[in-house]
Design a protein around this ligand. Structure first.
Ligand code: G6P
Ligand code: ZN
Length: 583
């Protein structure tokens, strides 16, 4: 058996190793500096403490972006030196973020072991490649992102770190072949287990959804399907699940071979970046598609996000979670006993609130960041949650889950069409959404992103908006001067959240302007970028009148958008006359 020694390497702190909304994300050129990754990993081990590290079983994998393979070898050697007992690696280092969560919660090793945590190597929807982003985050034993108590401690540790431990004499592991390799260190045995990336995740999904009924839908002559993984890791799971298990045609998969640089694209599933899917679905402004598929979906780089499209039809993520919640009990096996509750992030539209009210469900509004849902799910208070940022999921794991969302929609379609398969007219995605609006009202919704804005200017804009909140009279005077028919602001604040489970308080979670007619303007700074600042502006308007729910959303929201831009002095502060992305 190969023996290794433990070496203590001296180091000095790097500035700025503070985990954001979802881990530490930086340009690759930052990550590859000597000791940079090592410092962060050691700071994490130190924050977890010996109890959680000695003898631990750690999953180490990610979305396969550039630098992942090197990072896996470094982390494995550091884990061995820090007394970790086993490292589990998805074949080729590939596991989507939801698959990691599933593996942590469900997988049992050949020796009966269970995972105690995970390093996920991803910068999610940020571009990859030598000149783009890399990222790392730690997930806990429940399969969910580390809570702020831990991430703050990690950051503190990075500011004082003096040395890290690494195994010397431990060879690089072959991550392309499944199987267990054993090594011996001063503290005892150390195993590296390379396993099939999809099996455990698939097993879990099969226990949630009625696969035979989805298979029937996918093979029906009047149904067609398309899935775009944007060259991210979801592609490997998609091939196995949609093609091999559910019988979809291989040609329905687009960009499903993972690439280290995501083919040079921006692996974010929205109408701007998922260009190929958007064109295939007949939603491109420059290309006309004669016969788009009935259903299309896209994933982000690490497979936790999703965009759902119907034929020539976009489903907003806020509507998507509301529609899944409204249909879950009837259409999805896992929820047949009822829902424990539902939750959304603050900037997500109130479509879910209306469903919760109708169905008399517990409802929670949490700050942006999936970790806030995890506490609720751990406490058995919430079954389904979603975010405007193209994240949807449930308490089957503790991350959002892009493929789960697709299977949820396919289940709803299969349920609504159980008598229509084989021929005739289908109930389409668009029919389901329009029917939902007719029942619950429609939340017109749009998000404007101003990416890579000067950080100082972004802060000033936010400060200006907070200051304005002290006089609603002044705010309403400004608004009436822009559009006299826009409703009045009745409440304005910075969103603050007290976690009902652990009592922790999160402040400054976005600036809100709430209008008399239920409309909302929300301003937030993104917590996931790696360069400059990204300002997000969320605009929402509720329409109950069923004769007014069919409008074009940008047109319906135009007056509110104008109010938002003028109120915030967007162009003055940022120098931008238009957003980078509109969704
Ligand atoms: C990640 C988190 C999500 C969150 C999103 C917000 O994807 O997992 O829970 O909604 O970031 O990103 P932002 O850039 O708006 O901070
Ligand atoms: Zn992601």
């Amino acid at each position: 058996m190969v023996m290794f020694k433990i070496t203590r390497v001296e180091t000095t702190p790097f500035e700025g190793q503070k985990p954001g909304t979802s881990g530490l994300r930086k340009k690759v050129k930052v990550f590859i500096q000597p000791h940079y990754l090592q410092n962060f990993v050691q700071a994490t081990f130190n924050a977890l403490g010996a109890d959680r590290v000695k003898g631990a079983t750690l999953v180490v994998s990610g979305d396969g972006r550039y630098y992942s393979k090197d990072a896996i070898q470094i982390i494995t050697k550091m884990a061995a030196a820090n007394g970790v007992r086993r490292v589990w690696i998805g074949q080729n280092g590939l596991l989507s973020t939801p698959a990691v969560s599933a593996v942590v919660r469900e997988r049992v090793g050949a020796d009966g072991s269970k995972a105690t945590g995970a390093f996920i190597l991803t910068a999610s929807h940020n571009p990859g490649g030598p000149h783009e982003d890399f990222g790392i985050k730690y997930n806990m034993e429940n399969g969910g992102p580390a809570p702020e108590g831990i991430t703050n401690k990690i950051y503190e540790n990075t500011t004082t770190i003096k040395d890290y431990l690494i195994a010397e004499g431990l060879p690089d592991v072959d991550i392309s072949t499944t199987g267990v390799s054993s090594f011996e260190g001063p503290g005892g045995k150390f195993d590296v287990d390379v396993f099939d990336s999809t099996s455990d995740y698939l097993k879990l999904l099969k226990s949630i959804f009625d696969f035979p009924s989805i298979q029937k839908l996918l093979s029906s002559p009047n149904f067609s399907f398309c899935y775009d993984a944007l060259h991210g890791v979801a592609g490997i799971h998609a091939k196995r699940i949609f093609v091999e298990e559910l019988g979809a045609n291989e040609s329905s998969l687009v960009n499903c071979v993972p690439k280290e640089d995501f083919g040079g694209g921006h692996p974010d599933p929205n109408l701007t970046y998922a260009k190929e899917l958007v064109a295939r679905m007949g939603l491109s402004k420059t290309h006309s598609e004669p016969n788009p598929p009935e259903f299309g979906a896209a994933a982000d780089g690490d497979g936790d996000r999703n965009m759902v499209l119907g034929k020539r039809f976009f489903v907003t993520p806020s509507d998507s979670v509301a529609i899944i919640a409204a249909n879950a009990v009837e259409a999805i096996l896992y929820f047949s006993g009822g829902l424990k509750g539902v939750a959304r992030s603050m900037p997500t539209s109130a479509a879910l609130d209306v469903v919760a009210k109708h169905l008399n469900l517990k409802f929670f509004e949490v700050p942006t960041g999936w970790k806030f849902f995890c506490n609720l799910m751990d406490a058995g208070m919430c079954s389904i949650c979603g975010e405007e940022s193209f994240g949807t999921g449930s308490d089957h794991i503790r991350e959002k889950d892009g493929i789960w969302a697709v299977l949820a929609w396919l289940s709803i379609l299969a349920y609504k069409n159980k008598d229509n398969l084989g021929g005739g007219n289908l109930v389409t995605v668009e029919d389901i959404v329009r029917q939902h609006w007719a029942t619950y009202g429609r939340h017109y919704y749009t998000r404007y992103d101003y990416e890579n804005v000067d950080a100082g200017a972004a802060k000033e804009l936010m400060a200006h908006l907070v200051k304005l909140q002290s006089s609603l009279d002044e705010v309403n005077k400004i608004i009436k001067g822009i559009h006299s028919d826009v409703s009045s602001v009745v409440h304005a604040d910075e969103f603050e959240y007290k976690d009902p489970v652990d009592g922790s308080v999160s402040k400054h979670q976005g600036i809100r302007y709430l209008f008399e007619d239920g409309s909302r303007l929300v301003f937030r700074l993104s917590g996931t970028g790696s360069e400059g600042a990204t300002i997000r502006l969320y605009i929402e308007q509720y329409e109950k009148d069923s004769s007014k729910i069919g409008r074009d959303s940008q047109e319906a929201l135009a007056p509110l958008v104008e109010v938002a831009l003028k109120l915030s002095k967007m162009q003055e502060y940022t120098g931008r006359s238009a957003p980078t992305v509109i969704t």
